[in-house]
Design a protein around this ligand. Structure first.
Ligand code: F6R
Length: 615
């Protein structure tokens, strides 16, 4: 996945594009580049590694940049061709007059490349993107119209693309096109933008037009025209972005991840607001557009998601089955899309995605839609592509999440599942009234309990310091917190590169126990009141007998735990069914502080990108 920023206008072109790319850095960061229309020519700058290198390069070349009037910038996460200067975007045609930046994958690029080579095009990189540059230039040679050239080119492309092009001989315009990859137009005063995502433009304008698949945006500094691939003008709605630029500031925190962890109490309050007024009123989840009669008879739910969203979905399964008795399957999107599923028109399919862009989940949703299932999307990006496929949409309203490791969006997904399950349970009448009220009461209390954890992190920091030198970790839990163990382990590996695995505690003795010795710490999630509490204690004892160092994450007051465990991390008391939403917080913090002690790049861990727009 990559980030694109195109700008045309009277502002400082270099600064605007760099600002935009900075706010898209979550999309990729292995190389970056910019092409400027300056003094009648096209000037290209590229650097390897993070965006700061491009900033420094442009700073050092400031004297040769005279008065640019437009530019296109790119931040890359390599797919075709390793991260290198030659593979960094923008790419050019043979004569260098046409420049292109691209996000996505062109599946038929090899065939196109063969044809273009025969026509005499000179390729310099290993990328699929360079093919686009030659293709559009070839079309431009015959049509002498950049819009027509791009239109004739995109119909030859197979795969996914968001593209932005600029041509030396067409001074007043930048042109974008998209298919299966996000692209939007930002509308300013005497300036306009093309970008992969809203953070790129939010500091300049809130007015946006989201392009749909097969649309082309012809953008000059005071005019925007959108056409389809037949050249017909498409009337588009201008939307006003719901975010404030302040969402992109660290607000005094050292990293975005830490800021986002601390935002979780407010994220929950925000999400509950208007949906859960008090314990006696029914959940107001008007977002769910399924007929009540259908909900009453619903007997199959499938949840599809990836990564952290998949872990939230595993918790969701427990909650929905517990509250409603409806059978729920959870599957990684990347598995769902390559098999014969039982999805049909009576299945409720729930797609969960922070970004609303993840390619595997997107494909899965499209497949389910073709089977006429009701599609419910839980996402932090109601403006995303995925949201457009939703019959029902629950926006989790966590605010922009900048750190690559998902934290607040995870908690918000969990809360959405509680609200959804309660809503269904109320329609079905499947919960005892007293239990229902207790759950609602506890939900309202959750933000305060998380604030309690966040108000004193000394013990978590000490634990992080003590354990940061270990190379492997095992997290164990049972029941609803198995997903918490998976998620805690994922957070640790993502940002510290320490090998951590979550296991069902009962599975330990079926294999993983062989790995246990003094070099393998075991973190146990123990929620008193659950029928498995004692079982996990026994599993922890088994680990201790193999000399493993032990960490407990628990709400228990049992002093004896201090004899068994090397460190006991306390969380406030909460019933087991709600515990994942607070147990995840110390695990996020533990991962954060370990990565911090190890000096890792917390917000932008290696090899990862915030949303994965390739399958
Ligand atoms: C981990 C993380 C990833 C994402 C996954 C799915 O911190 O962020 O595992 O959860 O790539 O992304 P979304 O939720 O955007 O579909």
């Amino acid at each position: 996945m990559c980030g694109i920023v195109g700008y045309i206008g009277s502002g400082d072109v270099v600064s605007v594009i760099l600002r935009g790319l900075t706010n898209l850095e979550y999309r990729g960061y292995d190389s970056a580049g910019m092409a400027l229309r300056d003094d009648g020519t096209i000037k290209i700058y590229k650097t390897l590694g993070k965006l700061i290198n491009l900033k420094n390069e442009l700073e050092s070349k400031r004297k040769e940049i005279i008065h640019p009037t437009a530019g296109i910038g790119h931040i890359r996460w390599a797919t075709h061709g390793n991260p290198s200067l030659v593979n960094a975007h923008p790419h050019t045609c043979t004569c260098g007059k046409l420049v292109v930046v691209h996000n996505g994958i062109i599946e038929n690029y090899k065939e196109l490349r063969e044809e273009l080579l025969k026509k005499g095009c000179k390729f310099r990189s290993q990328t699929d993107t360079e093919t686009i540059a030659h293709l559009v230039a070839d079309e431009y040679a015959s049509s002498k119209d950049l819009e027509v050239a791009l239109r004739n080119s995109v119909i030859k492309l197979q795969g996914a693309y968001a593209i932005c092009v600029m041509h030396k001989d067409v001074p007043d315009v930048i042109i974008g096109a998209r298919k299966h990859a996000p692209l939007l137009v930002g509308i300013g005063e005497n300036e306009n933008f093309i970008a992969s995502d809203t953070p790129a433009i939010i500091e300049y304008t809130k007015k946006t037009i989201y392009l749909d698949d097969n649309e082309i945006a012809i953008v000059s500094k005071d005019k925007v025209k959108i056409t389809n691939t037949k050249g017909k003008v498409v009337e588009k709605k201008t939307e006003i972005l719901p975010f404030e630029p302040v969402a992109l500031s660290k607000m005094g925190f050292k990293h975005f991840m830490l800021k986002e962890i601390y935002e979780q109490p407010d994220v929950i309050r925000n999400l509950l607001n208007g949906k859960l007024y008090d314990i006696s009123s029914p959940i107001a989840l008007n977002e769910v557009k399924i007929d009540k009669g259908i909900i009453k008879n619903l007997n199959k739910i499938q949840i599809i998601a990836c990564g952290t969203s998949l872990h939230a979905s595993l918790v969701g399964k427990y909650i929905i089955e517990d509250f409603t008795g409806i059978s729920v399957d959870v599957e990684p999107s990347s598995e769902y899309i390559y098999r014969k599923t039982t999805t049909d028109e009576s299945t409720l399919v729930i797609g969960v995605s922070q970004s609303g862009e993840t390619a595997d989940t997107m494909t899965a949703i499209k497949q389910a839609k073709e089977k006429k299932s009701h599609i419910l999307i839980i996402t932090n990006r109601p403006d995303s592509n995925m949201a457009r496929y939703a019959d029902s949409l629950i926006p989790v309203n966590a605010g922009i999440e900048v750190s690559v490791a998902a934290t607040k969006s995870y908690t918000a997904q969990l809360i959405s599942f509680y609200l959804l399950a309660l809503h269904i349970a109320e329609i079905k009448g499947s919960l005892d009234e007293k239990y229902l009220k207790n759950i609602k009461h506890e939900l309202i209390q959750l933000p305060y309990k998380i604030e309690e954890i966040l108000s004193n992190t000394t013990q978590i920091q000490e634990c992080a310091k003590k354990f940061s030198s270990f190379k492997n970790f095992i997290y164990i839990a049972r029941g609803i917190n198995l997903a918490t163990a998976y998620e805690g382990a994922l957070k640790l590996k993502e940002i510290s590169y320490i090998n951590a695995t979550g296991y069902a505690a009962g599975e330990l003795k079926h294999g993983p126990i062989a790995m246990l010795d003094e070099t393998m710490p075991v973190l146990s999630i123990l929620i008193p009141g659950s029928i498995t509490y004692e079982k996990i204690l026994s599993n922890s004892e088994e680990a201790k007998a193999r000399n493993a160092k032990l960490i407990a994450l628990t709400s228990s007051d049992d002093k004896n735990l201090n004899n068994l465990f090397d460190i006991v991390i306390k969380i406030p008391k909460v019933s087991e069914i709600l515990s994942p939403s607070i147990a995840c917080v110390p695990l996020q913090l533990l991962a954060y502080y370990i990565a911090e002690f190890l000096g890792k790049d917390v917000d932008q861990p290696r090899n990862l990108a915030k949303s994965v727009t390739v399958e």
